[in-house]
Design a protein around this ligand. Structure first.
Ligand SMILES: Nc1ncnc2c1ncn2[C@@H]1O[C@H](COP(=O)(O)OP(=O)(O)OP(=O)(O)O)[C@@H](O)[C@H]1O
Ligand SMILES: [Mg+2]
Length: 232
């Protein structure tokens, strides 16, 4: 169990985040800490602001108000160039609605972040294949997203988020399209990888069985943290 109330400096710390989409106030004063290697579940009703929170924490969306600090850098103030470098090197993101590149096969989707980081095509293919194997979708390596099931696409997206060895993985409903057996397999692979490599995971989920894999859970309601506690 990580010690968040004590002396540990969080790897990621967000304070009093506010974000509106037009007239909808998606976040209103949300504060979150994530320690290095910690697995944090974020739950809450549909529309409570979970995805918006994830996008702010991962430096994809700038909050209207509040601060996000990652390892001493203020993401809410960084220039876009440094933000995109951090997203590429330190963070892995699994979006709620997939966002694999439709023109690329599974193995090329997973290999792309490696190519962007300077790997050769052969290295990228090799490592991408290993990650597909880990998530049980090696057989789909040659398929494009349009030919995969929702659950297969989610596993490919997880492999893509982990392939570069990020310090934090942000996963928005990564088991949302999976049945309970597949969900258990995917969570075992995700959590096993994170524990081995000391990767922190921020995991959005509706599913209490998935949240139970986390060290800690926070619940959002109306754009703010309504409840924080330990899951285990
Ligand atoms: N791009 C957008 N434009 C307008 N409104 C948005 C946009 N994105 C989110 N919202 C609104 O902001 C609120 C929070 O949305 P968000 O996607 O963060 O919720 P969520 O907790 O992830 O929901 P779900 O569980 O359904 O995925 C909702 O009322 C939503 O309709
Ligand atoms: Mg969402």
């Amino acid at each position: 169990m990580s010690d968040n109330g004590g002396t540990a400096v969080p790897l990621l710390a967000a304070r009093d985040l506010a974000k509106a989409h037009g007239r909808t106030r998606a976040l209103e004063g949300a504060s979150v800490d994530l320690a290095a290697g910690e697995i944090l579940a974020v739950t809450g009703a549909s529309g409570s602001g979970k995805s918006t929170l994830l996008h702010c924490l991962a430096g994809i969306v700038r909050p209207d108000e509040g601060t996000v600090a990652y390892a001493g850098e203020r993401l809410d103030e960084l220039p876009e160039k440094r933000l995109s470098e951090l997203r590429r090197t330190e963070f892995g993101v699994v979006f709620q609605f997939g966002q694999l590149i439709p023109e690329l096969t599974a193995v090329d989707n997973v290999g792309l972040p490696l190519l962007l980081a300077g790997a050769t095509r052969a290295e990228a293919q090799q490592r991408a294949g290993e990650w597909l194997e880990r998530f049980g979708v090696r057989g789909q390596a040659g398929l494009r997203p349009g030919a995969m099931s929702g659950g297969q696409a989610q596993r490919v997206a997880l492999a893509r988020a982990l392939v570069t060895g990020p310090r934090i993985v942000f996963a928005d409903e990564p088991t949302g399209a999976l049945d309970s057996l597949a969900s258990e397999q995917v969570m075992t692979a995700l959590i096993g990888t994170a524990r081995e490599s000391g990767t922190a995971v921020l995991l959005i989920t509706h599913d209490a069985q998935v949240a139970a894999y986390a060290d800690r859970e926070i619940r959002l309601a109306d754009g703010t943290v309504a409840r924080a506690g330990v899951t285990a």
